[in-house]
Write a protein that binds this ligand. Structure first.
Ligand code: P53
Length: 485
């Protein structure tokens, strides 16, 4: 039995345009940074190619054909009782190159239709402006977010869609998982994360310090762009709820050693300045100290600081999948010792998924409490949580008890955080309620859905949709307001 949540709690699911829509070159859409990512696999990174190269497998080009199938797919979400559905607007459908003088009307019309359909079904749209989908032209012509001019391109895009959908969408978020690029995870993922967040690529052998400096600069421009968008959005519609979006993984010390505990704090600080700026409108002390100490002076003007202060977010949207264990290392003699004085080690206390992601439901409750300690009273929305797993179809059925087990345990911990700990969580949108292309690996076979999509890693298959066992289960969760788990 779970704990009952309020009737206005936003139960639902979340996807991103580039992982679902396909139609990558249809309706006037431009090439995005996701369109030049090839398919990878667990422990085999996706390649970032120079433009689209014939003969390579680019899974985002087809996604699950959501561009054509959204009505029938949303009907399945409505059947489960969804109150909310998160997707992103593909920036390249609106501004194909990013620096275009006029938006693309066909792209705007597509999202009019999509949001109309959600509202018709009584499903609240929750919309990400920038989910790993920057126009590739901005990378080629400006160097991605390394260039200050990209702030204005993003703000123009945000203003365009805020104006257009002001009566159709209330919940927004600016950049998906903006702090991924701080990359605590591993070297292999770092290339992917700085690409998807900032459109940055580095020649092999670039010193870590240089990458770190580029990341901090790009991150600053993204935060300024976000703050400007928040202020403009509120002027357009004061009812808008505009959030920052972060992946939040608890960091645990590898041992009771003081050095490991200090390493946890330092690892958190290397990542959490993004949320501090979003929520408090100012950089934390350790960020300023880092700049002083290293002599690295990012381009942060007094005007930028005023913008950050004037554009703080209304809520934090978070993704939660797993937790990490942090161990202090002896590499403390570089200038950037705090950012590199630790490593991530396996947690012997938890199990992992087939992709090596630690399964830690209690970590969700821990994280929600930690966020409320940091930012008391700030509304939080869980906009991603779920279990990527292989599914098998037998006689038209998918018995995904493993997925139900994962979700059940996480929802139960969330409910304790809300009811027992008093944390203001306003919604739970599980990731990929219908199977989509994995962001990290580009695989179809890493599935999160309640609805199975018959497509394989090569994009072959009928595209047919099937209800998995978890479909009926999640419907019960929503109908019972979280009591029947
Ligand atoms: P996939 C890790 C790696 C890549 C993207 O991931 C990630 C994360 C988690 O921090 O972020 C989100 O598909 C992202 C989604 C993505 C989801 O995690 O690699 O916002 O786009 O699909 C799950 O299993």
């Amino acid at each position: 039995m779970g704990l009952k949540l309020d009737s206005d709690f936003l139960w639902g699911g979340a996807i991103a345009a580039h992982q679902a829509e396909g139609a990558w070159n249809v309706g006037g859409k431009g090439v995005s940074i996701a369109d030049i990512l090839t398919a990878g696999a667990h422990n085999q990174p996706r390649q970032i190619t120079d433009g689209v190269i014939a003969g390579l497998n680019y899974p985002n080009h087809h996604g699950i054909y959501f561009y054509e199938s959204y009505k029938t797919d949303l009907a399945l979400m409505a059947e489960m009782g969804f109150k909310a559905f998160r997707t992103s607007i593909a920036w390249t459908r609106i501004f194909p190159n990013g620096d275009d003088a006029q938006p693309n009307e066909e792209g705007l019309q597509f999202y009019d239709d999509l949001f109309d359909e959600m509202n018709r079904l009584g499903i609240e749209p929750v919309v990400t402006l920038n989910h790993f989908e920057m126009p590739y032209h901005l990378v080629e012509a400006y160097g991605g977010w390394s260039d200050r001019r990209v702030i204005d391109f993003f703000v123009t895009y945000a203003e365009t869609v805020f104006n257009r959908y002001q009566d159709k969408v209330k919940y927004w978020m600016t950049h998906n998982e903006i702090s991924n690029q701080a990359n605590l995870v591993d070297e292999a993922m770092s290339e992917f994360m700085i690409w998807t967040n900032s459109g940055l690529r580095f020649p092999a052998g670039t010193p870590t310090e240089e990458k770190l400096a580029a990341m901090v600069q790009a991150g600053h421009y993204e935060l300024v762009a976000s703050a400007k968008a928040v202020a403009i959005g509120h002027a357009i519609n004061p009812e808008f709820m505009i959030g920052g979006m972060l992946n939040v993984a608890p960091l645990y010390p590898a041992s009771p050693k003081p050095a490991d505990n200090l390493a946890v704090q330092k690892a958190r600080q290397a990542r959490d300045w993004f949320s501090d700026v979003h929520v408090r409108g100012a950089y934390p002390a350790e960020f300023e100290a880092f700049a002083d100490r290293t002599g690295f002076r990012p381009d942060i003007t007094d005007e930028d600081r005023a913008v950050l202060q004037a554009g703080t977010v209304d809520y934090l949207a978070i993704s939660y999948y797993n937790s990490f264990v942090v161990k202090a290392t002896s590499a403390g003699d570089t200038e950037f010792e705090d950012a590199h004085g630790f490593e991530i080690v396996p947690n012997p206390e938890v199990q992992v998924s087939d992709w090596g992601w630690a399964i830690d439901p209690q970590g969700l409750r821990y994280t929600l409490n930690e966020l409320n300690d940091l930012y008391p009273g700030l509304p939080l929305m869980i906009v991603e949580n779920g279990f990527g797993a292989y599914d098998e179809v037998v006689d038209g059925q998918v018995h995904d008890q493993y997925r139900i087990d994962y979700l059940k345990a996480h929802i139960a911990e969330m409910e304790k955080a809300i009811v027992n700990d008093g944390i203001p969580v306003i919604g739970y949108l599980s990731w990929g309620p219908i199977d989509i292309v994995s962001a990290g690996t580009g695989e179809m076979s890493k599935r999160y859905g309640y609805v199975y999509v018959d497509l394989d890693d090569m994009g072959e298959g009928s595209g047919e949709r099937l209800r998995k066992d978890s479909f009926e289960w999640y419907k019960q969760v929503i109908t019972s307001q979280g009591v029947t788990l």
